[in-house]
Design a protein. Structure first.
Length: 237
């Protein structure tokens, strides 16, 4: 699966310029997931990640290459949750290694990609309330005072995401980056995220054989690239 290789490489280049702290996931897998039942009011909140107009970016890219995602890993660029005391920018980057045969081709492939992306809508680690805007693609977070008192950190949040992603049989390994460094180029990451979304949307157009005026569509170039990368899929159908 080469669809997102450009995005993977672009995100790797961004994080390479910053100190990446690998997080120890030992014992991080027992943190409670409250699903859709968690509500953190302002009085219960220690601070917000991506609040008050600060960057709140998430990006996901899929690959079948072990070289990109050799195993489950979580990295931190910036301060961990217990080290923060006020609102901070946030970015969450997810590299997922998937089994290409399990992912399938054509419309099944598109549906599987969306299913994996939507994992975040069904995940809510205790004390870490995601505030996702599908319209603006923002992924802000409210961090709870009680969660911090219980030991909430990015290792626990990261393991929660890994476990949730791997409930999908096609996901073999997950590499996550959490970023709170105020100096990180969040706008560049947003551009890469938008490119990833364009690739997925273009795949949907091609699989549905949508009748469009390609001369006026902003996705024309992306569709052509995606079609080239998925020629094998088209030949099989």
């Amino acid at each position: 699966m080469k669809l997102y290789d450009e995005c993977l490489i672009g995100m790797e280049e961004l994080v390479a310029d910053f100190h990446m702290q690998p997080l120890d996931l030992t014992g991080a897998g027992n943190w409670k997931d409250l699903g859709n039942n968690q509500v953190l009011f302002a009085a219960d909140t220690a601070y917000e990640l991506g609040g008050k107009g600060l960057p709140a970016v998430s990006s996901i890219a899929l690959t079948d290459k072990e070289s990109f995602v050799p195993k489950d890993e979580v990295y931190l660029i910036g301060k961990d949750l217990p080290e923060l005391s006020s609102d901070s920018p946030i970015a969450r980057i997810a590299f997922l290694r998937v089994n290409e045969e399990e992912m399938g081709t054509g419309q099944k492939l598109y549906a599987m990609i969306r299913k994996i992306e939507y994992t975040r809508y069904h995940l809510s680690p205790e004390g870490y309330m995601l505030r996702i805007s599908a319209f603006s693609h923002r992924e802000a977070v409210r961090v709870g005072k009680e969660g911090l008192r219980k030991g909430l950190n990015f290792a626990k949040v990261g393991q929660s995401f890994i476990d949730a992603y791997k409930k999908n049989a096609s996901v073999e390994a997950v590499k996550l980056f959490f970023i709170t460094d105020p100096e990180f180029p969040y706008k560049k990451l947003e551009d890469i995220m938008e490119r990833s979304e364009q690739i997925t949307t273009a795949l949907d157009h091609l699989m549905k054989d949508v009748k469009m005026d390609c001369h006026t569509c902003s996705l024309k170039d992306v569709c052509e690239e995606v079609e080239e990368l998925t020629k094998k899929d088209f030949d099989q159908e």
